[in-house]
Each structure stands twice: as C-alpha cells, then as structure tokens.
Design a protein. Sequence first.
Length: 82
Amino acid sequence: MGQSDRKRFYGAVTVSERGQIVIPAEARRDFGIEVGDKLLVLGNLDEGIALAKASVLIDSLSNLTSLIQSVEKQDDEEDDKE
C-alpha cells in the first residue's frame, strides 16, 4: 500500500457558535474514535491544527520511554564490562 493510499479527505466541517465541530463518521471509524475518547488539539501557527487521540500519544510516549530505558541499560552494562 503506497503512501498516497493512506491519505484521506473526510469532507468539511462547520464550527458552531460554541467552537464545536462534528468529526465525520468515516474519520471516527478509521481512527477508532469513540464516545468519551480524549482528543488533543495540536497546532502550528504556520501550518494549521491537528487532532490526535490522547491514548495513542500516551502509548507512543510509553514505547519511547521503554526504548530509552533499554538503551540506557545496554550502555550501563557495557560500562560495567570495561
């Protein structure tokens, strides 16, 4: 599957008076967004805003932390051998 096969356009949304939007059903399905999920709103003032599931970011950070700890452990073991 090529990279262009992974890109989607879900349509346009309208911001309500309260600043709310409705995420299209297909996008919610594709990204597993369910009632009660927390979404993070990220932004770059030059490029726009993005939404990300908080749980995905937390899992990614957890995996990164585990990787860093593994590398540090290997470094410590190599230092002990010297």
